[in-house]
Design a protein around this ligand. Structure first.
Ligand SMILES: Cc1cc2nc3c(=O)[nH]c(=O)nc-3n(C[C@H](O)[C@H](O)[C@H](O)COP(=O)(O)OP(=O)(O)OC[C@H]3O[C@@H](n4cnc5c(N)ncnc54)[C@H](O)[C@@H]3O)c2cc1C
Length: 304
């Protein structure tokens, strides 16, 4: 069966990609790589499920088998959930197919039978629009489409050889340090304008009176190692959407501000009145954080 072929080990993303196929007016064909996945996939509302039955538990080991199936069935597009294993599978499959691949699309749509994608380039400085022709591969992050209504699909089992060269030796949970900033309601964020580690005290005091989490720019975590890497915000760090975000000594380079776009209210404190953070901010305070922040903390305390 031709159409848009979809793979994600996350059922929520697979369901969203079925909605995309429906909006594009194409059949939605799901790929499953285990018996359990096939069992769940068949209820998601796709037109068909192919269960690629092989030995490996790793998605990437099925890239050649997936590429062969896509070609045999005349697939128009391979849409893959942008997870770690989805990205592995997508890139290898595109390699076997020697076709175009667009990773982590911001949006994808189908107009006049052609697939159009948008994605960010150069650390978020540029938005690139592409029109894909021929069989291509895209990876799509979660939340781009509504979930599809459930429905029962036929499952066809295809016996395949999975690539044995990569073996799963052990799995271990990731030990997180720091807090999950993506869920924080309020964030106080420190940048390289803070001179000494001891000065973090003023940020912690402000965070405490606000009931906020402490975040930082990349250099604070990766160069100075004052906070765990989970705590830095931006394109290569955490994306936050708090009600309130306050920056202290952050210049506001695009790689940082991409991570705070969805903050409801942005307050920036910086010495330099030309700092780009003031363009992103709802309220700006031009001044030395060592003076401004303790005054702000006291004022909030007085307000109770
Ligand atoms: C591929 C790539 C990915 C990246 N990803 C990220 C990312 O995810 N997150 C991220 O944060 N960065 C990221 N960066 C780095 C980014 O480009 C910036 O270099 C970084 O965000 C700058 O950090 P900063 O604003 O803390 O420091 P600076 O740019 O050095 O700014 C410090 C600011 O502090 C102010 N200041 C100094 N003293 C005081 C004071 N006493 N009181 C008040 N203000 C003061 C200064 O006026 C200045 O505006 C990335 C870069 C690249 C190339």
């Amino acid at each position: 069966m031709s159409g848009i072929f979809i793979y994600s080990e996350r059922l929520d993303i697979a369901s969203e990609l079925i909605t995309f196929a429906r909006e594009a007016g194409k059949p939605a064909v799901l790929l499953a790589l285990s018996a359990d996945a096939a069992q769940s996939a068949k209820n998601l509302g796709a037109d068909k499920v192919y269960y690629l039955k092989g030995e490996s538990p790793l998605a990437e080991s099925y890239a050649l088998a997936v590429a062969q199936l896509l070609q045999k069935q005349g697939s128009e597009l391979f849409a893959v959930g942008a997870t770690a294993s989805g990205r592995d599978l997508a890139a290898r499959t595109a390699g076997y197919l020697d076709c175009a691949m667009v990773s982590d699309v911001l949006s994808v749509s189908c107009a006049d039978g052609q697939i159009q994608t948008e994605r960010m380039m150069y650390g978020g400085a540029v938005l690139q629009r592409e029109t894909l022709s021929g069989l291509s591969v895209i990876t799509v992050p979660p939340g781009k489409f509504e979930s599809s209504p459930p429905g029962l699909a036929e499952v066809e089992v295809v016996e395949v050889s999975s690539d044995p060269r990569v073996r799963l030796v052990e799995t271990a949970p990731i030990v997180r340090q720091g807090t999950d900033l993506s869920k924080a309601e309020r964030v106080v964020c420190i940048g390289l304008g803070m001179e000494k580690k001891e000065d973090m005290k003023i940020a912690l005091e402000l965070a405490e009176v606000l009931g906020a989490e402490l975040g930082c720019s990349r250099g604070i975590a990766e160069e100075r190692h004052w906070l765990p890497v989970e705590q830095y915000i931006g394109i290569s760090g955490a994306i936050v959407k708090p009600q309130l975000y306050i920056s202290m000594g952050i210049s506001g380079q695009v790689q940082h501000t991409v991570g705070i776009r969805d903050a409801r209210l942005i307050v920036a404190i910086d010495l330099n009145d030309k700092a780009p953070i003031f363009k992103a901010a709802d309220y700006g305070i031009v001044g030395d954080m060592n003076q401004v922040v303790p005054m702000l903390t006291e004022a909030i305390k007085k307000m109770g």
